[in-house]
Write a protein of this length. Structure first.
Length: 216
């Protein structure tokens, strides 16, 4: 290590002016990247500042699904709701997560729970995503159609209300967060930045645990 440091000092002391300028520019670029990274991290934190906390009322919404049908949170009073936000239709992680929820849908129904996916994509995008998922399930010989609603939030108001809207590199999208909403319409639990392949069973297990605790 000492040799490397000495070589660096030697090069800086003996290099011609243009080399010294290059070193300065490289350091400037590094500093710039550090500042940009810090700002991105700050904006991500800022976007999460307004997230509803467990015990608080879940923000209301009225959104259309992949078939154009309207859904409101109040429609699901009396049921547990796994409201999962995801970044983008037809991306690997989001496909994995949708498949995981599909495979667990009957267990959710037995627990008196519904699954609702939400992204800032529009209805048409959701419909295309559903078609891709249906083709995949036909190959796997599982359920033939997507067994839950994908809600379109193109205005991004719902993502903002839940504090999951982030902006990076000029793109706005929802973080991969899940809100478990209890039958009274309150947030029971929040799962930030979940693993797309493990989140469905994790939330289902928590629903069962909470029901057992409440004696329901």
């Amino acid at each position: 290590m000492a040799q490397c440091i000495s070589s660096t000092v030697f090069l800086q002391n003996t290099a011609p002016p243009f080399a010294a300028e290059e070193v300065f520019m490289n350091r400037s670029h590094s500093l710039r990247y550090l500042i940009i990274g810090a700002l991105l991290a700050w904006f991500s934190v800022a976007a999460h500042a307004a997230q509803p906390q467990p015990g608080s009322a879940a923000p209301a919404f009225k959104l259309q699904d992949q078939d154009g049908k309207w859904h409101e949170l109040k429609d699901y009073r009396g049921k547990w709701v796994a409201l999962y936000f995801y970044p983008k239709d037809q991306t690997p992680g989001c496909t994995d997560q949708a498949c995981e929820f599909s495979q667990n849908v009957f267990a959710y129904r037995d627990a008196g729970a519904v699954i609702l996916g939400v992204s800032v994509d529009d209805v048409e995008s959701h419909k295309k995503f559903e078609e891709v998922l249906n083709q995949q399930r036909l190959k796997d010989r599982t359920v033939k159609t997507l067994p839950f609603a994908l809600l379109a939030d193109p205005t991004k108001q719902t993502a903002k209300a839940y504090g999951v809207l982030v902006s990076r590199l000029g793109m706005e999208y929802a973080e991969r967060d899940i809100f478990l909403i209890d039958p009274t319409g309150r947030v029971a639990k929040h799962y930030p930045k979940v693993d797309p392949k493990e989140s469905a069973e994790m939330v289902l297990n928590d629903i069962k645990a909470l029901q057992k605790k409440q004696g329901s």
